[in-house]
Design a protein around this ligand. Sequence first.
Ligand code: C2E
Ligand code: MG
Ligand code: MG
Ligand code: MG
Length: 272
Amino acid sequence: DLGRNRFCYFSEDLEQELTKRHELVTLLRTAIDTEAIEVYYQPKVDLKTKEIIGAEALARLYDPSGKLISPLDFIPLAEETGLIHQLGEIILKQSCMAAKAWQKRGRPLQIAVNIAAKQFTNPEFCDSVAKVLELTGLDSSFLELEVTESSLMYDFDEALNVLNTLSSLGLSIAIDDFGTGYSSLSYLKFFPVNTLKIDQSFVKDMLGDEQSLDIVKAVIHLAKSLKLKLIAEGIEDAEQLQKLVALECEQGQGYMFSKPLPLKEFDQLLNH
Ligand code: C2E
Ligand code: MG
Ligand code: MG
Ligand code: MG
């Protein structure tokens, strides 16, 4: 009886899925209680000089066996369960502490921290950012928050409020994964945005696919006309780099330069 078997498989899968989910939520709770979430740092580089000009903070979580769990798995769950607020604050605090340390060592770098949609729309978010800046003593000009277009489009007026408040704190705002949203571009006129990040899918495809290349060109042109900082994500090889330099894209990040690194290793890279 095929139908019944199928049902069996399905329900076993579902049960496994629920167990996995439950374990991950427990892990997230523990990570929050013990501040055991780790932040990795990926350099942002000047594409011409290859000099490190900043870093993006990317959260990493280990399961009890020491296996790394991707943020693509735990961030959505943290959002669903509301744990993202505490988790996000811990990540922000660690990131700002790292940036403060770089500054103290005479190597000031701006740190970019990803903000989930759920965090962004939390009424207490701006206060929590201000609190972390105060606590860590980081000058706000060294902090950039990366948000996606979809977090901004969820509630346009509210997003405008939040961005204005954040911007009045003196920090920068970047639009992450730019080009993958469905929104109109008009929001760029109203929102205090500083940086566009070209999504890595376009960089990945631009050498083999004319349309991706056209999108990359259009985003570079848009950033220049609007006087926004521009950064290309996901640069993996010399050909992509060469193309981006030819198109006058000035900043980038990607495995070609470095994967995201634990703080110690990032610091070693900085000292080179
Ligand atoms: P994102 O912010 O767009 O980050 C870029 C992702 O691309 C990172 O994956 C990074 O490790 C990866 N990457 C960097 N260079 C390359 C490259 O050359 N090739 C390829 N194939 N990938 C590259 P990661 O760390 O797994 O993060 C995935 C997403 O999870 C992030 O996308 C971001 O949306 C989210 N995320 C990560 N950390 C946090 C966090 O602390 N808070 C929040 N809210 N979201 C986070
Ligand atoms: Mg990002
Ligand atoms: Mg991105
Ligand atoms: Mg992304």
